[in-house]
Ligand binder design. Structure first.
Ligand code: KIV
Ligand code: ZN
Length: 516
């Protein structure tokens, strides 16, 4: 795709680079859920995983390849035949498969990481791209650590990748070291030097170590790149990748300066951001551009006054354009089953009648406890329901003694594979008492890496949404739970994490690779 086209392909790597964030690992069902949301967003290419890295990654890429029909599905592989073959196998059922193969080209990486000289790397570029091209029509090649690579060598390798069949050339700023002017120069130099570069799509893949990932990606586009690799919420290795919501909304809002188009349904950005945050347990900072809770909030009186007169005074894009709507006061205790079902459909859920039935009961009991029920409450109820569908460990009852005089105590009843188990435990605080009891009922060696509570809506009667991250033998899981009682929500979240841990143990896939 050449520089004269103003269409920018959006390549989402939330499920691959995003998942490489420490603690952000996802199971297959969660990955599929995110892939479906990305397809709804109309992402051009979904990088679904790195099939040679683990059995779990292979299965996730295969499953996503079967289910997703509108977006291309991409699988990552190193420059080795076996990696490339594994990627091709995982993509077998994809409508539009893409193999993405990469190798480091900087002196630093070649010497210390690969222990290969430049000629050996050059030969590997030829071998890997031509091998991938024999297995797949759509091949992307990346020069890892591109922005610290000698430009003459980069031009040679890019030329070789094109000659051997790559149709996308990706320039990663792997360590987030570049600055916009420099990134512009790199793309300009490639465009002016490499034969047939106009026959392929140049892509950006910028990490955010200096907070410049979005700026560098846009600089790349202005110089001629026509694909941006990015993630939802900027998830990714270390400080993350360029955030999709930011690059897309920057091009849309400043179309006068950046006259480019994407296919992204921007109205679904907020919903997708929330989904990724819920699944990974990575909160979105309040002041995060586009999808943060405060991104459209106006607190200062002078701003509020301006907004009342004309909202363009302090808003450069509308909240609706990214899918933020006013908190809707939706229903009360007298709302019936039919209205509840309608609401669920309106909120974009496609769930079966059993889920609706159970969610309706939970809604009724919430309406007894809480005065106003908002969209966010209904979303929390359904998410809580859906999250638990496959759980074999279920909370039946919880009574807690808390207060100033310790030790605090928890009485817990758990159904474990249809057998009721009870325990009374103590701890340093009520949450500790609950988690201690659960650890005795479901023995494990997992360390608690994160315990996080957030209120779904305003008010002291709000539902609490709790995330818990556990790690055992290098396997990380995130559990979620919500309830008007924070302690019940905490127990549900911990139990949800234990359920996932049990499944992971059973699968006992090899640990994920790092250093990509
Ligand atoms: O950051 C990076 O260099 C990567 C490559 C595998 C594209 O993620
Ligand atoms: Zn990366």
């Amino acid at each position: 795709m050449n520089k004269n086209s103003n269409y920018i392909k959006i390549f989402d790597t939330t499920l691959r680079d995003g998942e490489q964030s420490p603690g952000a690992s996802m199971n297959i069902e969660e990955k599929l859920k995110i892939a479906l949301a990305l397809e709804e967003l109309k992402v051009d290419i979904i990088e679904a995983g790195f099939p040679a890295a683990s059995k779990g990654d292979f299965e996730a890429v295969s499953k996503i390849s079967k289910e997703i029909k509108d977006s291309s599905i991409c699988a990552l592989s190193r420059a080795s035949k076996s990696d490339i073959e594994t990627a091709a196998k995982a993509l077998n059922d994809a409508n539009a498969p893409r193999i993405h193969t990469f190798i480091s080209t900087s002196d630093l990486h070649m010497k210390h990481k690969l222990q290969l000289n430049a000629e050996e790397v050059y030969q590997k570029v030829i071998d890997s791209v031509s091998f991938a091209r024999n297995l797949c029509d759509d091949v992307e090649w990346s020069c890892e650590d591109g922005t610290r690579t000698n430009m003459d060598f980069m031009c040679r390798t890019v030329e070789a990748a094109i000659k051997n069949g790559a149709s996308t050339i990706n320039i990663p700023d792997t360590v987030g070291y570049s600055i916009p002017d420099e990134f512009t120069n790199i793309i300009n130099h490639l465009m002016n030097t490499v034969p047939n570069i106009d026959k392929v799509t140049i892509s950006t893949h910028c990490h955010n170590d200096l907070g410049l990932a979005v700026a560098n990606s846009l600089a790349g586009v202005r110089a001629g790149a026509r694909q941006i690799e990015c993630t939802i919420n900027g998830l990714g290795e270390r400080a993350g990748n360029a955030a999709m919501e930011e690059v897309v909304m920057a091009m849309r809002t400043r179309n006068d300066m950046m006259p480019y188009e994407t296919n992204i349904v921007t109205e679904k950005l907020t919903k997708t951001s929330k989904l990724v945050s819920t699944v990974t347990g990575f909160p979105v900072q309040f002041n995060k551009a586009i999808v943060g809770k405060n991104a459209f909030a106006h607190e200062a009186g002078i701003h509020q006054d301006g907004m009342l007169k004309n909202n363009k005074t302090y808003e450069i894009m509308t909240p609706e354009s990214v899918g933020v709507s006013e908190s809707n006061l939706v229903m009360g205790k007298h709302s019936g089953r039919h209205a509840f079902k309608q609401k669920i459909i309106e909120l974009g859920y496609n769930v079966n009648d059993n889920v609706i039935e159970e969610a309706f009961e939970n809604f009724k009991s919430l309406a007894d406890k809480k005065k106003n029920i908002y969209d966010e409450d209904i979303i929390a109820i359904i998410d809580d329901q859906v999250i638990r569908i496959n759980d074999s460990i279920i909370l039946k009852d919880l009574q807690v003694i808390a207060g100033t005089k310790g030790p605090q105590q928890a009485e817990i009843s758990l159904m474990i594979e249809d057998k009721l188990n009870n325990i009374t435990s103590t701890g340093d605080g009520p949450v500790d008492a609950i988690f201690n009891g659960l650890s005795k009922l479901v023995p494990h060696k997992a360390k608690l890496l994160l315990y996080q509570v957030h209120a779904v809506t305003e008010g002291t009667d709000a539902q609490a949404e709790v995330s818990v991250r556990l790690s055992e033998d290098g396997k990380t899981v995130v559990g979620l739970g919500s309830d008007t009682d924070t302690l019940v929500a905490s127990a549900k979240a911990y139990i949800n994490a234990l359920n996932k841990l049990v499944v992971k143990r059973e699968k006992s896939a090899p640990a994920k690779m790092s250093g990509v």
